[in-house]
Design a protein around this ligand. Structure first.
Ligand SMILES: NC(=O)c1ccc[n+]([C@@H]2O[C@H](COP(=O)([O-])OP(=O)(O)OC[C@H]3O[C@@H](n4cnc5c(N)ncnc54)[C@H](O)[C@@H]3O)[C@@H](O)[C@H]2O)c1
Length: 460
C-alpha cells in the first residue's frame, strides 16, 4: 500500500514536472526564407558619393540637432526638410539660411507628405527622426525609391517591420543604418578598442540599460506617441542604447549570435500615476511595467542583461558594463576599469604596486589607459565632435562616420542586422512577458552568415 502511494506520488511529481518543462519550452520565432536570388548585405559597399545629398523627415525635439550637425560635415548638402508641422520645417530652414546655406525644399502638412521626399530624384540619403511607428515604413519606402536610409532608434518596433527592413535592404542593395549614437560615446569606443586588443580577455557577460525618467519630456512628444506606445505595449520598448555597445564588444553576428532571451517586469505604477495626475484619467490596463529586466544567452555561452525604466526617480543610467576573463569595465554610475597589475602596460602601472582587479584602477591609471586605447576612428575628430556636440559629441561622431563611409564607398559601421538584433527585444520581450517569462528565440537575422567574419571592424 505504502509502495503504491509512493509510486503515485512519483507519477504526480513527474507529471507536474513535465508540465513545468512544457511551460519553459523555447518559443520559436524562425527566420522567414529569403526570396530566390536575394543575398545578404554583410559588408555591403556602394558607389562612393563625394557629395551626400540629405533629406530629413521628422523635425521635433531630435531632428533639428541632426540637421545642424550635418552642416559641420564637409561634402553634405541638405536638400529637403519634412515634418507634419509647417513651423518645424520653417524654423530649421531659417537656421540653414542664417548660416549662409541654401534654403532646403520644404514638405509639411499631412501624414503622407513624406512620400514626396523619398521620391525626390536628387537625394542620396533619407534621415528619419519621426516617432517610432513611422520609422520602418518610411525606411522601406526610401530604399525602394533608391535612397540609403538612416533611422533613429528604435528603427523597427515589430518582427514584421524588422524583416521588411532586412529584405528591402537585401533586395535594393541600399544601406539601412540605425542611428544608434551610444556606440560612439567615448568611454564605449575606448573600451571597445581595449576589448578588441584583448585587455579584458574574453568578454563573457555584458550589461546595458535605458534608465531615464522621462517626466520632463512626456508632454513634448508629438501627439503623445511615446506614452501611447508604453500604454499599449509591454516589454523593453527602448533597448538599443543599452544593447548596441554590448553587442559590438561581443562581436554579435561577427562570430557569435544572440540565441534567446527571457524577460521579467514589475507592475506599472509611475506612468499610470503620471497620466492620472496630468489628465485625471485612470489608465487601467496600462501595459508596460515600470522596470523591465531581460537576459540574453549567446551561441558562444555568454550572457547579457538589459534593463528599461523611464519613470522611477533614479539618476540617468545606461549601465554599460563588461565582465571579461581578465578585466572589467563599467560606465554608470561610476566609470572605471578593474585589471590585475600584470595585465596593464608596465609603463602605466609603474608607480602602483598594489593594483588588483578587486578595485577600480586609480584615476591617473584610468586616464593613461583611456589615452592609450583611444579608438582610432575618433583620434582625428574628437575635438571637433566635442565642439559641435550632441550628447557630448557622440552624435557628431555617428553622423561623421555615416557620411565618411558613404563618401568613400565603405561598409557602414552598423548594418541592418545590427538594427534587427538591437530592436528585436521590443517584440520578443513582450512575448516572453506575456508567457510567464518564457525563453524566446532570437532568430539569426543574417540567415546563416553570423559566423562569416570573426570581429567587428570599422572601415577606414
Ligand atoms: N538617439 C538618441 O539619443 C535619441 C534622443 C532623442 C530621441 N531619439 C529618437 O528620435 C525620434 C524622434 O524623437 P523626438 O524626441 O524628436 O520626438 P518628437 O515627437 O519631438 O518629434 C517627432 C516629429 O516627427 C514628426 N512626424 C510625425 N509623423 C510624421 C509624418 N508622418 N511625417 C512627417 N513628420 C512626422 C512630428 O511632427 C514631430 O515633429 C524617436 O525615434 C526617438 O526615439 C533618439
Amino acid at each position: 500500500m505504502k509502495r503504491s502511494l509512493f509510486l503515485l506520488l512519483v507519477a504526480v511529481c513527474l507529471f507536474t514536472g513535465s508540465k513545468n518543462v512544457v511551460m519553459a519550452q523555447l518559443i520559436e520565432t524562425p527566420a522567414p526564407p529569403r526570396l530566390a536570388g536575394q543575398t545578404d548585405v554583410l559588408g555591403l559597399t556602394c558607389k562612393p558619393i563625394p557629395t551626400v545629398r540629405v533629406a530629413f523627415i521628422g523635425l521635433g525635439m531630435r531632428g533639428p540637432g541632426a540637421v545642424d550637425r550635418m552642416t559641420h560635415i564637409e561634402g553634405v548638402e541638405i536638400v529637403a526638410l519634412c515634418d507634419m508641422l509647417k513651423e518645424n520645417v520653417e524654423k530649421v530652414n531659417r537656421k540653414l539660411v542664417g548660416k549662409g546655406l541654401p534654403k532646403a525644399l520644404e514638405f509639411y502638412g499631412d501624414e503622407e507628405v513624406w512620400r514626396k521626399v523619398t521620391a525626390l530624384p536628387d537625394v542620396d540619403l533619407v534621415y528619419i527622426a519621426t516617432d517610432w511607428k513611422n520609422h520602418a515604413k518610411m525606411g522601406v519606402q526610401a530604399m525602394k525609391d533608391g535612397k540609403h536610409v538612416a533611422i533613429e532608434v528604435p528603427a523597427a518596433m515589430s518582427m514584421d517591420e524588422i524583416w521588411d527592413l532586412i529584405n528591402t535592404s537585401e533586395q535594393t542593395r541600399k544601406h539601412c543604418m540605425q542611428l544608434e549614437n551610444c556606440v560612439y560615446d567615448f568611454f564605449e569606443l575606448t573600451t571597445l578598442n581595449m576589448v578588441q586588443q584583448g585587455l579584458l580577455g574574453e568578454v563573457i557577460h555584458g550589461e546595458g540599460a535605458y534608465i531615464h525618467g522621462l517626466q520632463p519630456y512626456w508632454d513634448e512628444y508629438w501627439n503623445n506617441w511615446r506614452m501611447d506606445f508604453n500604454e499599449t505595449h509591454r516589454g523593453d520598448v527602448y533597448p538599443t542604447h543599452g544593447l548596441g555597445p554590448v553587442c559590438q564588444a561581443m562581436n554579435i553576428h561577427r562570430g557569435d549570435k544572440l540565441n534567446y532571451l527571457v524577460s521579467m517586469d514589475t507592475k506599472p505604477i509611475g506612468n499610470p500615476a503620471y497620466i492620472k495626475e496630468k489628465t485625471g484619467r485612470d489608465a487601467t490596463g496600462f501595459r508596460n511595467g515600470d522596470h523591465t529586466c531581460t537576459l540574453i544567452y549567446t551561441e558562444k555561452g555568454k550572457s547579457i542583461l538589459i534593463e528599461h525604466n523611464v519613470t522611477s526617480p533614479r539618476p540617468y543610467n545606461r549601465m554599460y558594463q563588461l565582465t571579461g576573463t581578465k578585466g572589467f569595465a563599467n560606465k554608470y554610475p561610476v566609470s572605471g576599469y578593474a585589471l590585475d597589475k600584470g595585465d596593464i602596460d608596465p609603463a602605466i602601472a609603474a608607480n602602483h604596486e598594489n593594483l588588483s582587479a578587486h578595485a577600480f584602477v586609480p584615476d591617473d591609471v584610468k586616464k593613461a589607459l583611456m589615452e592609450k586605447y583611444r579608438h582610432p576612428i575618433v583620434v582625428d575628430i574628437e575635438e571637433k565632435a566635442k565642439t559641435v556636440g550632441g550628447h557630448g559629441g557622440m552624435d557628431f561622431v555617428m553622423d561623421y562616420r555615416l557620411i565618411h563611409c558613404l563618401q568613400n564607398g565603405l561598409p557602414l559601421d552598423m548594418d541592418v542586422y545590427d538594427l534587427a538584433e538591437w530592436c528585436c527585444l521590443i517584440p520578443l520581450t513582450e512575448i516572453s512577458l506575456d508567457h510567464y517569462s518564457a525563453p524566446v528565440q532570437i532568430p539569426d537575422f543574417t540567415r546563416g552568415a553570423w559566423n562569416r567574419s570573426d570581429k567587428l571592424t570599422f572601415a577606414k
